[in-house]
Design a binder for this molecule. Structure first.
Ligand code: ZN
Ligand code: ZN
Length: 267
């Protein structure tokens, strides 16, 4: 598989991480990866279970230590996965100022101050409201221009598949298009998040149809990431992501350094 990069990786610096940064680095080298972005969660809603966990000082110290430890074998990138919520827009701007991030993922994990991973949400909200409100918030994230890429573009699929059943993205074509157009206009990329392949939906987030639409709308910045929370998930499905990228007509996938995209041509 080419390129050998994973641009969505968590470590113990994320509340739901299961492996240390050093272990993730060691596994990356074993897998033949050349470049990895450690994108830890930043959550700003005070009653979120992850609130207050993000520790950038400790992350930085460990990042620098691992960088030295794996020098010449693995390139590490400073990343973050920000939960975008319009309610915390100004705080997010502050967090993204004054630290040398290479890569910033903007993800919608909550809508109307309610966390999307809570299953009871999908029993209280109908499918139309959930996806409509979700894409409205994601469009705000895209318009903000704050992010290198949007995370797992159709995330409700991860948590609601067994309740709503399959929800074709084409049911929300107008909204998905609005998100992607905003992303193109602001130079925001999207990712192919391969964790979806192991979810009930058995499809990347987003699936091939949305990736192809992004390309048709002029999208050029496409990253690939496993969203690994442990070494067992690192690098998962990236070959499939590259195949989807190629099929959609992308000549390259993107990595990031100092928040600038670096395009790696597909062989
Ligand atoms: Zn996420
Ligand atoms: Zn993640």
């Amino acid at each position: 598989m080419n390129p050998h990069v994973d641009f969505h990786v968590h470590t113990l610096f994320s509340a739901d991480g299961r492996s240390s940064m050093e272990d993730q680095c060691r596994r990356a080298v074993e897998l033949g990866l050349q470049e990895v972005a450690f994108t830890e969660h930043l959550d700003l809603q005070p009653d979120d279970p992850f609130f207050g966990f993000y520790n950038r000082e400790a992350y930085e110290a460990e990042f620098v230590r691992c960088q030295a430890l794996f020098d010449g074998r693995l390139t590490l990138r400073r990343g973050v996965e920000v939960t975008y919520q319009q309610e915390f827009h100004d705080q997010i701007v502050n967090w993204l100022t004054g630290y040398p991030y290479d890569y910033v993922i903007g993800s919608v994990h909550a809508v109307r101050m309610e966390a999307l991973f809570r299953e009871d949400l999908y029993r209280r909200w109908n499918v139309r409201d959930t996806y409509t409100w979700y894409y409205e918030e994601l469009e705000r994230a895209a318009r903000s221009g704050l992010f290198s890429a949007l995370g797992h573009l159709d995330l409700p699929k991860r948590y609601s598949y067994h309740i709503y059943g399959p929800v074709p993205w084409t049911d929300y074509r107008e909204q998905v298009e609005a998100v992607l157009k905003a992303a193109v206009a602001t130079g925001t990329g999207i990712e192919i998040n391969t964790s979806g392949l192991a979810s009930r939906a058995r499809e990347t987030f987003p699936g091939p149809g949305v990736v192809a639409l992004y390309r048709r709308l002029g999208g050029e910045v496409l990253t690939i990431g496993s969203d690994a929370h442990g070494t067992d998930q690192l690098g998962f499905g990236l070959g499939e992501a590259v195949a989807i990228a190629r099929e959609a007509g992308f000549p390259a996938v993107a990595t990031f350094s100092t928040r600038q995209p670096v395009l790696i041509p597909l062989e």
